[in-house]
Design a protein around this ligand. Structure first.
Ligand code: PEP
Ligand code: MG
Length: 586
């Protein structure tokens, strides 16, 4: 048995067979070969090219059958590259003249090819460089025997083990086949972890060496509460966890029963508890977990992994479907938050040194107004059918808000001219997730209708801790006195200016912070659906007056550990025998 300790990223326990996903990054080795090895290396090249052609041919056929001939055409370029005589001859020449291994020769020739394309004036040809890189990776993986399995074809239920798993990979997964995630890099608020929590799939991230410890088919236990992974557990550990799984399902059944009751404190303060969603599959979870609407719809997931961005009509239909399904409650649609750890295939996004500080969210939208306007028009049109609100991510100051609002007004004018219906009084919110926005909340509040605190980013930016970097995850502290001061200041500023304030960062769904956040005066909590029943139940157990006192107490400590200890004690005191239901572990 091997026991690995990582970061608890999504609560729950799962037991199942490991499914190993290779690394995305490819390291190409360089070695000298002798004269006798030349023909063997050339043979390996031909073999890899033929094999990759076969794979792409069948992929092309499948896509044509499922999605139509037009979609399958993107693979034409792949095929042309695999048959390009000039490229193949260049590789063979390098093997012969420079006496290097085929992988190295292949990657050198391919780089030459793509660099030349990137310098051309023709945009179409420039874009082909990405297709060529893509097909190049396939050939290299084939030669290096590092094939990255196609995740959309999982046949049985498995625990996914990967070095890294991008949000794009995660979107493509058949979720009903995934029992758990074990991922070597990333932190609790990396977007793959967030999706796992939304889908209630236990996950441990930051395990560092899981990809080296697992080959596939081993039995794994994923303990997403404690951040533990057991590879080939002993009989004793297995029995222990089977019992925990049983107990867990009893507890969650008990909490689940009351999920539809309102979240109202004992002294009558009503609090809205809503859901964060990323994917259309999650819509069914809203009712199932008793959410009162959607507090954050992360629309960028509609855009990921796409070669052609969704047009206005497609987006309109997607938003309309959500609006119709959640008609009785409000839906906060966040405009695309691209960048950070979520990248588009198109338009070509530059890889930045510090993407979380770079061309992300509203910054990207204000620089790509065409993409922005298509989305705003689609949201506005859908607003005629439901209670939709718009929210801008990553606003860092009021000028950005004004610029975004100007574009929104332009869209409204256009739609009016075209006689298209929309909610003229649509509410407009700002995510407060950058420290400069938190500190100027009084200014922002005068120019919008509501705030939603994005603690995932607010913590990362105020504590200078990359939210996706497992090496500094120990510094990522929601209870840090600096974070609490910012959160408390934002809520006060909102109320001073008569607007409501919610929280859609992961902190809103952490039961250990529920009393504190109620006490600070938060009006709305938005979280991954599976955590909703617990948070609602905690709110029903407390009085606002008590919570206010506790919140004031929590603001007086010097370290997050002290804050956490204090909040645990208060929770035990208030919840008494029910405490065990909320600690997320047994
Ligand atoms: C946040 O930053 O808290 C947030 C909700 O947005 P995201 O996690 O998508 O960055
Ligand atoms: Mg954010």
């Amino acid at each position: 048995m091997i026991k690995l300790k990582g970061i608890a990223a999504s609560g729950g326990i799962s037991i199942g067979k490991a499914f190993y996903v290779g690394k995305e990054e490819i390291i190409v080795p360089k070695s000298k070969i002798s004269h006798e090895d030349i023909s063997r290396e050339i043979y390996r090249l031909e073999e890899a090219l033929i094999d990759t052609r076969k794979t792409i041919g069948s992929l092309q056929k499948r896509i044509a059958d499922e999605m139509g001939y037009d979609h399958a055409q993107i693979f034409e370029v792949h095929m042309l590259v695999l048959e390009d005589r000039m490229l193949i001859e260049d590789i063979i020449m390098q093997i012969k003249n420079k006496k290097v291994n085929v992988e190295y020769a292949f990657s050198q020739s391919l780089n030459k090819y793509t660099n030349t394309l990137r310098k051309l004036d023709d945009e179409y040809l420039r874009e082909r460089a990405f297709d060529i890189e893509d097909v190049g990776k396939r050939v290299l993986r084939r030669m290096l025997k590092q094939e990255r399995v196609s995740l959309d074809k999982l046949k049985e239920e498995v625990v996914i083990v990967a070095y890294d798993l991008s949000p794009t990979d995660t979107v493509a997964l058949p979720k009903d086949k995934v029992l758990g995630f074990v991922i070597d890099i990333g932190g609790r608020t990396s977007h793959t972890a967030i999706i796992a929590r939304s889908l209630s799939i236990p996950a441990v991230v930051g395990t560092e060496i899981a990809n080296k410890s697992v080959k596939g088919d081993e039995i794994l236990i994923v303990d997403g509460f404690e951040g533990l992974v057991y590879i080939n557990p002993t009989e004793k550990v297995l029995r222990e966890y089977q019992k925990k799984l049983k107990d867990l399902s009893k507890v969650s059944k008990a909490i689940h029963i009351s999920r539809l009751l309102k979240a109202e404190t004992k002294d009558g303060k009503s609090i809205v508890v809503s859901a964060n969603i990323e994917l259309p599959e999650e819509l069914s979870l809203i009712k199932r977990y008793g959410a009162e609407g959607i507090g954050l719809y992360r629309t960028e997931f509609l855009f990921l992994g796409r070669r052609v961005l969704p047009l206005e009509e497609e987006q309109y239909k997607a938003y309309l479907e959500v609006a119709k399904k959640v008609r009785s409650h409000s839906i906060i649609i966040r405009t695309i938050d691209i960048g950070g750890d979520k990248f588009l295939s198109k338009p070509d996004m530059p890889r930045e040194m510090t993407p979380f500080l770079g061309w992300r969210a509203i910054r990207f939208c204000l620089a790509n107004t065409q993409i922005f306007k298509v989305q705003l028009r689609a949201i506005l049109r859908a607003s005629s059918e439901g209670n939709i609100k718009i929210m801008f991510p990553m606003i860092s100051g009021v000028e950005e808000l004004r610029e975004a609002k100007k574009i929104l007004e332009e869209c409204k004018k256009e739609l009016k001219k075209e006689n298209k219906k929309f909610d003229e009084k649509i509410a407009l919110g700002v995510m407060i997730e950058v420290p400069s926005a938190a500190l100027t909340a009084d200014i922002l509040a005068k120019e919008c209708d509501f705030f939603s605190i994005g603690t995932n980013d607010l913590i990362q930016y105020s504590l200078a801790v990359d939210r996706a970097d497992e090496k500094v995850a120990y510094l990522y502290e929601p209870a840090h006195p600096a974070v609490l001061k910012l959160v408390s200041g934002i809520i006060e500023a909102a109320h001073r200016n008569n607007i409501w304030v919610g929280m859609c960062g992961e902190m809103a769904g952490e039961v250990s912070f529920s009393i504190l956040l109620v006490g600070l005066g938060l009006d709305e909590f938005s979280m991954p659906p599976p955590t909703i029943p617990q948070v609602k139940e905690i709110i029903r157990h407390i009085s606002f007056k008590d919570a206010q006192k506790i919140a004031q107490g929590a603001l007086n400590f010097s370290t997050s550990r002290e804050v956490e200890r204090f909040l645990q004690e208060q929770m035990k005191r208030i919840l008494k025998n029910d405490f065990y239901k909320f600690v997320n572990r047994l």
